[in-house]
Design a protein around this ligand. Structure first.
Ligand code: PRT
Ligand code: ZN
Length: 283
């Protein structure tokens, strides 16, 4: 039976389960045991700490995993990154006390840098030819400069709020990260078929995210202009209305462009505009 390792709680746990549910893999989430089985797909979930996921996949205890790219890079196990999943976005950055003048990477020469990601940090500075002293710490990295334990930090940043409230400023982004689907190197044929199905479903889910379905009535003389405003998957669907001289147009647009499109469509006479969420797009 195919196993997928996901974070048992933390920042990625909920989103991982929500992704599985969106792709039609149902798991009983009321009992978060170490191992849970999907009710409608031949897959079992291994609920683990995120730190353990790359190793568990590399050792074929689970064949797939959902984990931050930062963990994959830090642990350095032999796993394949199969897909970016579009959640858990963050960056691994260097930050220094906000009053210090930043002079470029040379600033860090000989400095103590606190981090939970010593491998990525050491690799980065080795490549740059700058010698630093990593201070490995499991949590609360951001308090170490004020506590006198380090001169700078290398940590995950998302909004930047934690840095600001600890009197630090971000000076270099070393890597960008998000949740990724990883796979081991020893998938048997039967697993590969299931993996293909999972990847296909994730792809459909990710295409439909951030898309909106638009329906509206439009005077026939504005149809040409509406088609220019609404590039659709192939072309917009146009249906005549019972009322003479009017048609109904259906199309899919990017959510980020929605209001801009709506304004343009209203300007050419569109009425009764309906905006619907898109559940899945199968190309
Ligand atoms: O218990 P377990 O070991 O499973 O969990 P964990 O505590 O090690 O990890 P968790 O749940 O905090 O994070 C899991 C993954 O989420 C990380 O490996 C990243 O890939 C991703 N992620 C996304 C983040 C953040 N955003 C994030 N903001 N992980 C941690 N943070 C922390 C960061 O460490 C810092 O303390 O949030 C703070 C910064 O946030 P801002 O918004 O103030 O900048
Ligand atoms: Zn962890």
């Amino acid at each position: 039976m195919l196993k997928i390792a996901i974070q048992n709680k933390g920042r990625l746990g909920e989103e991982s389960l929500s992704l599985l549910s969106r792709i039609g893999i149902e798991v009983d989430t009321t009992k978060r045991q170490y191992l849970s089985k999907a009710s409608n797909f031949p897959i079992e979930m291994l609920n683990l700490r995120d730190d353990d996921i790359p190793g568990v996949v590399a050792n074929d205890i689970a064949q797939l995993g959902i984990v931050g790219l930062n963990e994959v890079e830090e642990k350095g196990f032999d796993v394949k990154v199969l897909k970016n999943l579009g959640f858990g976005q963050c960056r691994l950055s260097l930050a220094i006390p906000k009053g210090d003048e930043y002079t470029g990477l040379e600033y860090f020469a000989g400095k103590r840098i606190a981090t939970s990601y010593p491998n990525i940090l050491t690799r980065f500075f080795k490549e740059k030819g700058v010698e630093i002293h990593p201070v490995v710490i499991a949590g609360s990295v951001e308090i170490t400069p004020a506590a006198g334990m380090a001169d700078a930090i290398f940590d995950i940043v998302s909004s930047g709020g934690t840095l600001i409230s600890n009197g630090l400023k971000e000076v270099e982004v070393v890597m960008k990260s998000e949740a990724v689907l990883i796979g081991g190197n020893s998938l048997i044929d039967e697993d590969l078929k299931l993996l293909e199905e999972i990847e296909f479903r994730i792809e459909s889910d990710s295409i439909s995210r951030n898309k909106k379905y638009l329906l509206m009535n439009i005077p026939d003389e504005s149809i040409e202009k509406a088609i220019e405003i609404l590039p659709s998957m192939r072309s917009p669907t146009i249906l005549p209305l019972a009322a003479d001289g009017w048609s109904s147009i259906h199309s899919v647009v990017n959510a980020s462009e929605l209001w801009d499109k709506v304004r343009q469509l209203k300007a050419i006479g569109a009425e009764g505009i309906l905006v619907l969420s898109v559940d899945k797009i199968i190309l």
